[in-house]
Design a protein around this ligand. Structure first.
Ligand SMILES: [Zn+2]
Length: 314
């Protein structure tokens, strides 16, 4: 009984398949050429920019421009349009900018690091000036002591010289007091700076914990054909992440042992394909023929349908 049910279901599926094909022939042929029958790097993947969280503070035009520049890196290398921007919600590859807590932490860290660097520079200048002043003062104190010793060895200074020396000693004491006040100020600044460094380290720890959960600045999700960007600290960082994720969308894997490669798994600021990237791309593009991709894609699509729809009724 069960096998008859299966045969009927199979006949319905085949019949439905022929019916749909006869109605949507052009669309289906186009779909097959784009999604199934191709050599890697031969098809054109349409992409669009979809959601942009306003917290990123970038316009859609800016994102589209950067995405087109990133796409051009692959297109120029392959001398064909593997990625094509379309302002359409029907484009298969979506780019989303989804604001992530890490973005906020990173933005805060970037500003704080900048401020701390500026404070450190001011403090270093102050310490240099203080050291120069102390050296001069020590020389003056030594010279004055030598004079005092000289007159003491002679049983005392003449009245005018004594007066002059006393005035010099008073002035010297004032200068020493002033230098001590400056030293106290510098010590206070060092304490303040250390507190800031402790705070920034605590935030770094929190940031690293978040990074450990979701270590990429962006991600390509193959089953929804989506590129999600979570954060970036500069235009160059954004461009790098997009270019890296476009690589994944094309099907290119990571390069584990070249820190300067676009496809290195940990984010860097590279925006050019280096020699390793080019070799990796060539291997990928020539790794399969049309039959292999067709077989993989068709079995993938049919397997998905079988699991999702047919299996339930058998
Ligand atoms: Zn990656």
């Amino acid at each position: 009984m069960k096998s008859i049910k299966r045969l009927i279901l199979l006949a319905i599926i085949i019949g439905l398949g022929f019916f749909i094909y006869s109605k949507r022939k052009d669309d289906i042929n186009d779909f097959i050429r784009r999604e199934a029958w191709y050599k890697p790097c031969e098809r054109t993947i349409d992409f669009t920019v979809n959601a942009i969280d306003p917290k990123f503070n970038v316009s859609k035009d800016q994102v589209v421009k950067t995405a087109q520049e990133s796409a051009a890196i692959w297109n120029d290398t392959l001398h064909r349009e593997v990625f094509l921007y379309r302002d359409s919600s029907k484009s298969p590859l979506d780019i989303n900018l989804l604001y992530d807590e890490r973005q906020r932490l990173l933005a805060g860290l970037v500003v704080q690091k900048f401020n701390i660097e500026a404070d450190k520079k001011t403090l270093e200048d102050k310490i240099t000036a203080y050291n120069a002043q102390t050296t001069d003062l020590n020389k003056s104190v030594a010279a004055l002591n030598a004079q005092v010793d000289y007159w003491n060895s002679r049983g005392g200074a003449p009245k005018d010289t004594y007066k002059q020396l006393t005035a010099q000693i008073t002035s010297m004491k004032n200068q020493i007091n002033q230098v001590n006040v400056e030293r106290q100020g510098i010590e206070n600044n060092i304490t303040k700076l250390n507190t800031q460094v402790d705070q920034i380290n605590a935030q770094n720890t929190e940031f690293n914990k978040l990074l450990a959960i979701q270590p990429e600045e962006g991600v390509y999700i193959s089953n929804t054909n989506t590129i999600d960007i979570f954060f970036f600290d500069s235009q160059q960082d954004f461009m790098h992440t997009l270019t890296h994720e476009f690589g994944h969308a094309l099907g290119v894997d990571h390069i584990a042992n070249d820190k300067n490669a676009i496809m290195y798994p940990i984010a860097n600021y590279t925006t050019k394909l280096d020699a390793e990237d080019l070799q990796n791309l060539e291997n990928f593009c020539n790794g399969k023929n049309r039959f292999q991709t067709f077989y993989e894609n068709v079995t993938g699509i049919l397997g998905g349908y079988y699991n999702n729809y047919v299996k339930k009724y058998l």
